[in-house]
Write a protein that binds this ligand. Structure first.
Ligand code: ADP
Ligand code: MG
Length: 725
């Protein structure tokens, strides 16, 4: 079996490299880019002027769209889509499951004379009503009607999805219940961006800015694995759980460090290139590609955009990668930890805030005044991360990410901020009174809070930090490869909103009492830094000592999902979500319920799969080999020999098989636990009983793998999956 799969994979690789040479697609990327998007340029040429301007006002200023212009937009959108071959449209949304959902409706409308016309009204554009009852709502709908509505998000451009031989107009939408409660990730994201904008503008006003709005920007770096599809298809665990539940470490793993930024294999390059082309067409500005640290691990990253659009684009990126891989005989694994013993995958959420005049508020800028404003925003973020560390940790909690955080290769479960030496030094100086010198000894202007000029790349790198300042943005590195960036973005926005509100309020009070802004800032920042600096850590986050040090500093260390999730519904957390109108208490609880539920379902599926693989794959193979060895030992004996080593193999095999089967039964028993209406207790059972049972079963399984002959072993091995490209 093992070798049959191997042969298939090798054949596939050979066949691919034969056809590869024929493939010539030389479309200009600049022409391809955005060709399937109903973007600004298309809107400009296709919409009547007043309609176009109304739409722009909605997109840039958040002015609600007049219903009367919706019909005109819908009609132009339909014309454009139909010209490009579209037959259907879909309201595309992001339910709480973390994936995307779409239901397709045809444009066609029969005319009664046996013919049909393509129709699409403003009403259909603005509002949809998918049968929503089977999406998780965390109980939000149980007391109400099961209805859910999708509402057009005009700030994210519609695009055409080409799949199979069909073309569909995809309309990004929010998903809400009939009472207006958010059933998705987009609605609270938009609300949180609105909330942050309001508070940031207050701060900007104090600095004399004319900015009217602020947006959060983000650029998510996506890590993923690509393996041969034959191997993938031979593994029930990869198909159903997205990660390997068994698999002995290969003799060669990533220890030679010969993979990171290494040359990209041809077949992988072809995959990447197609993914990029497809993403260009739908307007996703992907930019970077490279090998990652683990064998067969890669990364793709776009240029940053408005966080709402970036979040939609991120979902499209994951979807496009999944969809494209089989064309190249590959499977794309987005799980956080597909393989034990080599690096897992993360998604680095690069995050910043920028005003409508085009200034990045986390860019240190070129003069002391900019620096002062920059420092206020930077301190606000540091304060937010310290104060709301529990929320941030919980926003990235999942069964999959538990394998990563705290393991020896990913940021720990402890949230901290990396500022880099120079910025930390400046923070220390401010805390002591005022920043008067820079570490590099620059000349300083006079003034109370005159700050050294910060070079744009104010900082070194620290790959171990879960939340790092990287020159002109923060990078939330603990986010998982598999999750939507919606919730971490929301959590971050809400935390920073609260922080900016606090700072704006303090500064407004001080300036109202006649203090100069410089004076007010010079009084406030040292206080805030003193109170929140425990979150700053520039050292090695992987080191054991950091865990002790963090405990001393009173930082939270929420090691797993059941520990972390209650942070989402902590009283002060629901308090700020309500205060800034991002989610009401019920909406927060709904998300919490869904996340607990997802944890339980994930671990349950994995446990069941392990039992299945044990009883139907590994055990039969092991028993077969046991019989074979027993026969061989018996044959040697019958011939008058002693078969000392053969007997040893048999004894060890017999003991291992017994252990293995006992452990599989124990896991099966552990999985019989009932939730009895208490999902949280159920989650703890999964964490404390099921997961340890899975780990011991895996140990025995992996030992068996190491002694069973290659032909007998029923699963593709790590060595094959990771190194045959
Ligand atoms: P790396 O962190 O791997 O060195 P870069 O610094 O080039 O890579 O950027 C990583 C990501 O951060 C990219 O997606 C980039 O577009 C994004 N990024 C850069 N500036 C900002 C910003 N102001 N806001 C949000 N994301 C940004
Ligand atoms: Mg990075």
């Amino acid at each position: 079996m093992g070798s049959a799969v191997l042969t298939e994979a090798i054949t596939a690789i050979r066949d691919w490299s034969v056809t590869e040479a024929k493939d010539t697609r030389f479309a200009r990327a600049t022409e391809t880019f955005g060709s399937l998007v109903f973007n600004d340029a298309v809107q400009q040429t296709r919409l009547p002027k007043p309609v176009y301007h109304a739409l722009r006002r909605t997109i840039t200023l958040g002015v609600p769209l007049d219903n009367s212009v919706a019909d005109a937009i819908a009609s132009a959108m339909k014309e454009w889509a139909v010209e490009h071959g579209a037959t259907h449209y879909t309201h595309w949304f992001q339910p709480l499951t973390g994936i995307t959902a779409e239901k397709h409706d045809s444009f066609l409308s029969p005319t009664g004379d046996g013919k049909a016309v393509a129709e699409f009204s403003g009403k259909e554009l603005i509002k949809g009503e998918p049968d929503a009852s089977s999406f998780p709502s965390g109980g939000m709908r149980s007391t109400f009607e099961a209805r859910g509505y999708t509402a057009w998000d005009p700030t994210s451009a519609p695009w055409l999805l080409k799949s199979g031989n069909s073309t569909t107009l995809v309309i990004p939408t929010a998903f809400v219940s009939w009472t207006g409660e958010a059933l998705d990730k987009k609605t609270p994201l938009l609300r949180s961006m609105e909330a942050l904008s309001k508070q940031a503008v207050r701060v900007l006003r104090l600095f004399g800015s004319r900015a009217e709005r602020v947006v959060t920007t983000c650029g998510p770096e996506q890590e993923y694995f690509l393996i041969d599809r034959y191997f993938y298809l031979s593994r029930p665990d990869l198909i159903n759980a997205g990660r390997t539940l068994f698999g002995a470490r290969p003799p060669k793993g990533q220890e030679l460090e010969d993979q990171y930024f290494g040359s990209i294999p041809d077949r992988v390059m072809a995959f990447m290139s197609e993914v990029e082309t497809e993403l260009y067409k739908v307007g996703v500005p992907v930019k970077t590609r490279h090998n990652e640290v683990a064998p067969s691990q890669y990364e793709i990253a776009p240029v940053f955009e408005n966080a709402n659009v970036a979040t939609d684009h991120q979902m499209m990126t994951m979807e496009t990668m999944r969809r494209t891989a089989p064309k190249y005989g590959l499977a794309c694994l987005l799980h956080e930890k597909p393989f034990a013993g080599v690096n897992g995958s993360g998604k680095h959420l690069n995050w910043s805030i920028s005003d409508d005049l085009g200034h990045n508020l986390l860019s240190p800028g070129a003069n002391p005044h900019d620096n002062m404003q920059f420092l206020v925003f930077c301190v606000a973020v540091v304060r937010a991360v310290n104060k709301w560390q529990g929320l941030l940790r919980a926003s990235i909690a999942s069964a999959g990410n538990d394998h990563r955080l705290g393991a020896n290769e990913a940021p720990p479960a402890i949230i901290s901020v990396f500022l880099g030496d120079m910025l930390t030094d400046i923070f220390e100086q401010i805390e002591k009174g005022s920043a008067r010198s820079s570490k590099h000894g620059g000349e300083l202007d006079t003034g109370v809070l005159v700050l050294p000029k910060l070079p744009r790349d104010a900082g070194d790198r620290n790959r171990t930090s879960p939340f790092a300042f990287t020159g002109n943005k923060f990078e939330f590195r603990a986010v998982s490869s598999n999750q939507s960036i919606g919730y971490p973005n929301i959590a971050l926005n809400v935390a920073v909103t609260e922080s900016l509100d606090y700072i704006a309020t303090e500064l407004e009070k001080a300036t109202a009492s006649g203090k100069s802004l410089e004076h007010a800032v010079a009084e406030l920042l040292p206080k805030v830094i003193k109170e929140h600096k425990r979150i700053i850590f520039n050292g090695n986050n992987y080191a054991k000592e950091w865990e002790k040090e963090a405990a001393k500093r009173g930082l939270q260390n929420l090691k797993n999902t059941p520990d972390a999730l209650p942070q989402l519904i902590a009283r002060d957390v629901t308090g700020i979500f309500e205060k800034y109108k991002v989610l009401n208490e019920r909406e927060v609880h709904a998300r919490y319920d869904v996340m607990v539920e997802m944890y339980n379902k994930t671990v349950n599926v994995e446990g069941q799969l392990m039992v299945l693989m044990s009883n139907r794959y590994i055990l039969p193979a092991a028993l077969e080999y046991q019989k074979h060895v027993a026969q061989s030992v018996a044959a040697v004996k019958a011939a008058g020999g002693r078969s000392i080593e053969g007997k040893k193999v048999l004894d060890r095999l017999t003991k291992l098989i017994d252990d293995f089967k006992r452990r599989a039964d124990k896991l099966q028993y552990a999985l019989e636990h009932e939730a009895n209406g208490d999902a949280v207790k159920h989650a703890r059972h999964f964490r404390d009983v099921v997961i340890p049972a899975m780990a011991t079963l895996r140990d025995a399984g992996d030992e068996l793998e190491l002694i069973l002959p290659h032909e007998t072993w029923p699963l593709a091995t790590y060595r094959e999956m990771l190194f045959i490209k």
